[in-house]
Ligand binder design. Structure first.
Ligand SMILES: Cc1cc2nc3c(=O)[nH]c(=O)nc-3n(C[C@H](O)[C@H](O)[C@H](O)COP(=O)(O)OP(=O)(O)OC[C@H]3O[C@@H](n4cnc5c(N)ncnc54)[C@H](O)[C@@H]3O)c2cc1C
Length: 414
């Protein structure tokens, strides 16, 4: 009988761990529990389900059946409800119990729903997190004409764009002075803001919603804290995400922001590991513990956890806390390391054109590259990531970094 591995959450981190375990342990018994109905899929693609550019079949992670063929049992619709760390058992919401020798918590994150906005449980209110959310939004958008997006983060922008492409009228209500405030200082966002304005997204900043208004068809409007109201038939809440740790309530496991992870991805409990959005990892720039919402980070940490679960002691070297490489309104964007520099003493260099913006950030003493923000022109972003993440010595290349003339040749050893 092989070793029993149970993985709670079958997405980026969980599936990367499952595949890694299978490579290292041919006889192990791998069970992935997922509380979603769908088989594992590439989550960043779900906005394309809203506008119909992709079908679920297009975004499944490895095609139907491949996990079974690889000896990985993916149990969809099985949510872990409680864990008994003494008896090494997971019990699901429907009452089944699974014994484990090694367990991974890769339950990701769940949308944060502010308590000070009334009516967020109304019909027609969504948060874009799962395939099923995207399908629900696609359906509601067939009859809705006006949508209000609460929050100006990247997920809401992606959802807003998908809805604009479906010819709905979209208003985004943002409490911060500008969209994408988690990723950049307000004044740096201008190329994105221009593109959003040109695309017809109506953005209102510095304001908050207080209540979702309803009638017999569900959502019919949103009330704002300045006393005004916006009529709409659909609302999408994008106010950030929080680690999904509810099923661990009542256990002795250490949770601080997310699930504590030691350098080897082990939690505070023996034989229990964690990876992905739910886990606390070290940011290599700041050295601080952080939770991250990035697919690449979840995969890297999942692979590392898989190695550790099979006994190959491997240190997880951390992730760039806010590293994000994406596209908003057809504008490519890379944000990594420390990029919020307003009122800071970091050495900052910015270069802008009408459509592009590049900012790089050095430590206060100017000896280390600690952040970079590229909008519209993301050429050589990978080199900057390498320098930041590997804490490379920048003697002799600093001016190339500043002038954007750096290339990999600068790091070749003689
Ligand atoms: C719309 C959207 C767009 C995105 N775009 C990008 C992008 O462009 N680039 C990027 O890097 N990242 C992007 N992300 C973020 C990225 O998808 C996440 O960082 C990544 O999916 C995290 O993977 P994970 O495995 O840690 O967790 P998740 O993907 O959150 O998966 C966790 C899984 O565990 C399940 N689960 C939770 N609790 C239980 C339980 N008790 N029992 C069983 N199962 C459970 C959840 O339902 C979920 O299926 C995007 C996310 C969204 C929602």
């Amino acid at each position: 009988m092989g070793r029993k591995y149970v993985i709670v959450g079958g997405s980026a981190a969980g599936m990367a761990a499952a595949h890694t375990i299978r490579k290292k342990d041919r006889n192990g018994n791998i069970t992935v529990l997922s509380n979603e109905k769908a088989q594992p899929y590439f989550r960043p693609m779900i906005p394309y389900i809203i506008n119909g550019k992709k079908r679920p079949d297009d975004i499944f992670l490895s095609g139907s059946g491949i996990f079974t063929q690889g000896g990985i049992s993916v149990k969809t619709g099985f949510g872990a409800k409680s864990i008994d760390f003494q008896k090494k058992t997971v019990t699901t919401a429907s009452g089944e119990a699974f014994l484990y020798d090694k367990i991974l918590f890769s339950s990701g994150s769940t949308p944060y729903l502010p308590e000070n906005i009334e009516g967020l449980d109304s019909e027609g209110v969504f948060s874009l997190k799962t395939l099923s959310d995207a399908q629900g939004m696609a359906k509601r958008s067939e009859t809705a004409t006006h949508v209000v997006m609460l929050g100006g983060g990247i997920l809401n922008l992606k959802a807003a764009f998908a809805l604009l492409e479906k010819k709905l009228s979209v208003t985004m209500v943002v409490y911060s002075p500008e969209v994408l405030s988690q990723l950049m200082d307000p004044k740096d966002a201008f190329p994105i803001r221009n593109a959003l304005d040109n695309a017809g997204l109506n953005i209102i900043t510095g304001i908050s919603a207080t209540q979702v208004l309803t009638d017999s068809s569900g959502v019919c409007g949103v009330a704002l804290d300045n006393g005004s109201q916006i009529a709409c038939q659909m609302v999408c809440v994008g106010k950030g995400v929080v680690p999904d740790t509810g099923f661990l309530n009542g256990n002795d496991i250490k949770i601080d922001k997310g699930i504590f992870s030691d350098p080897y991805t082990q939690t505070s409990i023996k034989d229990a590991y964690t990876a992905g959005d739910v886990a606390v990892a070290i940011d290599p720039v700041t050295g601080e513990k952080t939770v991250t919402s990035l697919w690449t980070h979840a995969v890297e940490m999942g692979i590392c956890a898989g190695l550790n679960m099979t006994g190959s002691k491997t240190v997880y070297t951390g992730t760039l806390g806010i590293m994000n490489a994406t596209q908003v309104a057809d504008v490519p964007l890379v944000s990594m390391g420390i990029v919020h520099t307003k009122n800071s003493e970091y050495e900052t260099h910015a270069k802008k054109t009408r459509l592009t913006y590049r900012k790089i950030v050095f430590s206060k003493d100017g000896t280390r590259l600690i952040g970079a923000l590229f909008i519209g022109d993301i050429k050589n972003a990978g080199i900057y990531r390498y320098v930041i993440r590997e804490k490379k010595n920048i003697n002799g290349i600093k001016s190339h970094l500043i002038n954007h003339t750096v290339h990999y040749g600068h790091f070749m050893q003689p």
